[in-house]
Design a protein around this ligand. Structure first.
Ligand code: COA
Ligand code: AMP
Length: 632
């Protein structure tokens, strides 16, 4: 079936379409209803269905003749090692770890926080939770203790699983002190911390509280898969919203498993048994969906990479891994390719590898700039597919569906809506816009399976953030347009969320942190264009009356605050002192205008601006400090 026909069917015969997809996974009990609404009116997929996600990812394959196929290949230039696990080996390791967790009291419905670097034990921890019907919440290893503490307080985990250290290029980062600090800061106290000791930096353990991961796993009785409802949560993944409190995105078991399976077939066009590699981190949604769940559920081998696109040891690492493990489909963030291109523009390092296994390259996580996309297409001679999605959806909303019909790529567009997602571009009044008119990208409810049913313990915020702006629609938070051929162009966030090296961060949160500095009267943090990272945050600060701190010191202190409270990943490097901030007459800070001015993109001065002269001061200060495109 060609795209248009299949897509139309998925929209007009939603239940039939998804019932057919649901038939492709092994339920313990098939769902009673395909689509329903719960008591709050939220849509739920596959109610009455019983399954276990860890079973689908592991045991199912062992029982169906794939036990000796590699399930996970851990390739770690960070530690100079490669280790392979077959489906049987991974299933056994996960079952034993699950047994260990069970012995610590973890049961169906409990939450477990996982704060780990890219080691295979992190994958085991996620799958072990899923096996027990416990809800995992992975926190990105690059987040500072303060961020971890916020998540501990919200998720209230019975236990935390972590490792003694992570490795960033040649830097060994001890995790245990960060973990201890976070637990100290959090009001909620988990019962135990299960720690994987890594030889690069062993952690000191607290008797009675800290448990050795390997000992726990080795000494445990294997645990069986616990049957859960399709609508039970599989995991919570916190993502940045517009305030300091991250949003706990909930993922259910049934809709997620069906969506993961379907996406491998129709978006990524891979076959069971293929090798799939998503170079990301388990701390992000790409890591959840395409390092762990989708490839394993689909019976693919997943590559689990602990390294960077460059300097581990060089910009040829990605090509080396693709050749060594005969990767068929590769997925990463555009930033990674920008980093490679900067170091090795002529891809000299690529030439020594046999990349004949590779059939396609997918990018997502941030807008892919046309120059990177064209370069990648040119050097790889392969389809390069930009696709758009977010933590909330868990999988692609717009893509070139390679398993259905490959469309010619239009640079700057993620191509067409994925089956099951009905997109509309709305204006502020909620009216549908015509082709090529830019507005709010919205998804008509119900969304496809796999998308968030709600926020963890916060139905009200779920409604307010996503459902209440336009009745009957989910607000994606991105702006863009659809052209006359149905290609979707995602132009960027319409809120205070920015994307730094593929990491989603909140400028609102950074403002809250900076505002805690005693000298600061008010501030605005905006994401300006950055050649490597796509965007990076900079802060504009107005001092309180009588404060005399100079710009250099204020910059150092605010950098330290952000680093300490969010983490180095925020990549906050510049603070600029200004006398006033540009505002509307009603007092709203015009952040978008500051960003446009910094990026030297043409803009119209809003008619509501209080005093346009302030913009000249901002421009002057950026030029003096040589910051932003406006200074070039
Ligand atoms: N744990 C601890 N610290 C981390 C971290 C982690 N997992 N990830 C990043 N950091 C730290 C870095 O060490 C760096 O610290 P420093 O300021 O002390 O040097 C800081 O955060 C900034 O990191 P980053 O912006 O990543 O810069 P970088 O120079 O270390 O690396 C790239 C640049 C492009 C190589 C890297 O950003 C990259 O690989 N990007 C791809 C991102 C990606 O895959 N995203 C997933 C979404 S799909
Ligand atoms: P995250 O939730 O971390 O996956 O970030 C989601 C946000 O990243 C989206 O709302 C977009 O703003 C941006 N994003 C992700 N993929 C793309 C893409 N292919 N094109 C443009 N923006 C993207």
């Amino acid at each position: 079936m060609k795209y248009q026909e299949k897509y139309n069917f998925s929209i007009h015969n939603k239940e039939q379409f998804w019932a057919e997809q649901a038939n492709k996974i092994a339920w313990f009990k098939k769902p009673e209803t395909i689509l329903s609404q719960d008591e709050d009116g939220f849509y739920r997929w596959f109610k009455g269905g019983k399954l276990n996600t860890s079973y689908l990812a592991l045991d199912f394959h062992v029982e169906n003749g794939r036990g000796e196929q590699d399930a996970l290949i851990y390739d770690s230039p960070a530690t100079n090692s490669v280790k392979k696990y077959t489906f049987r080996e991974l299933r056994d390791a996960v079952a034993k770890l699950a047994g260990g967790l069970k012995s610590l009291g973890v049961e169906k419905g409990d939450t477990v926080v996982i704060y780990m670097p890219m080691v295979p034990e992190a994958a085991m921890a996620m799958l072990a939770c899923a096996r027990l019907g416990a809800i995992h919440s992975v926190v990105f290893g690059g987040f500072a203790p303060h961020e971890l503490a916020i998540r501990i307080d919200d998720a209230k985990p019975k236990i935390i699983i972590s490792a003694s250290c992570g490795i960033e290029f040649d830097k060994v980062i001890p995790y245990k002190p960060l973990l201890d600090h976070a637990i100290e800061m959090a009001e909620f106290k988990p019962n135990y911390a299960v720690i994987l000791q890594r030889p690069q930096a062993e952690a000191s353990m607290k008797e009675g509280h800290d448990i050795d991961f390997i000992e726990l796993q080795n000494n445990a009785e294997p645990a069986d898969c616990v049957e859960v409802d399709a609508t039970d949560p599989l995991y919570i993944l916190y993502t940045s919203g517009t305030t300091g409190k991250p949003k706990g995105i909930v993922r259910d078991n049934g809709g997620h498993a069906v969506a993961m399976h379907y996406s491998m077939q129709d978006i990524y066009n891979v076959q069971t048994g293929n090798v799939f590699w998503a170079a990301s981190d388990i701390g992000w949604v790409v890591g959840h969906s395409y390092i762990i769940y989708a490839p394993l559920i689909y019976g693919c081998t997943t590559v689990f990479f602990e390294g960077k696109p460059i300097r581990t040891p060089d910009a040829g690492t990605f090509w080396r891994v693709i050749a060594d493990h005969k990767v068929n489909c590769f997925f990463t963030a555009p930033t990674a390719f920008r980093a490679i291109r900067k170091e090795d523009p002529e891809v000299e390092l690529m030439k020594k590898y046999d990349l004949s296994s590779l059939k396609s390259i997918f990018v997502a996580g941030e807008r892919c700039d046309p120059s990177t996309l064209l370069w990648l297409k040119d050097i790889s001679k392969l389809p390069v597919i930009d696709h758009w999605w977010q933590t909330e959806t868990g999988w692609g909303i717009v893509a070139n569906m390679m398993g259905v019909e490959a469309f010619p790529v239009k640079v700057g567009s993620a191509t067409k809506p994925v089956c099951g997602f009905e997109l509309k571009i709305l204006n502020e009044a909620g009216e549908e816009l015509k082709a090529n008119e830019e507005g709010f990208i919205c998804i008509k409810l119900p969304m496809a399976p796999g998308c968030l049913p709600t926020l963890w313990n916060d139905d009200t915020r779920f409604k307010e953030s996503y459902l209440s702006t336009f009745e009957g629609y989910y607000l994606t938070g991105d702006g863009g347009y659809i052209d006359e051929e149905g290609y979707v162009y995602v132009m960027g966030r319409i809120d205070d969320v920015i994307n730094v090296a593929g990491h989603r961060l909140s400028t609102g949160e950074m403002e809250e942190i900076i505002a805690s500095h005693p000298a600061v009267a008010e501030c605005a943090v905006v994401g300006i264009a950055d050649e490597l990272r796509g965007q990076r945050p900079i802060g504009f600060i107005v001092l309180k009356d009588g404060q005399t701190i100079d710009e250099d010191n204020l910059e150092k202190e605010t950098i330290a605050l952000i680093r300490d409270q969010i983490g180095a990943v925020a990549f906050y490097r510049n603070t600029i002192l200004v006398k006033r901030l540009p505002k509307t007459r009603s007092g709203k800070i015009l952040r978008k205008v500051i960003r446009q001015l910094s990026d030297a993109v043409p803009f119209t001065i809003p008619s509501t601006i209080d005093d346009p002269i302030i913009l000249d001061e901002i421009k002057q200060r950026l030029i003096e400090r040589k910051i932003g495109k406006v200074a070039n």
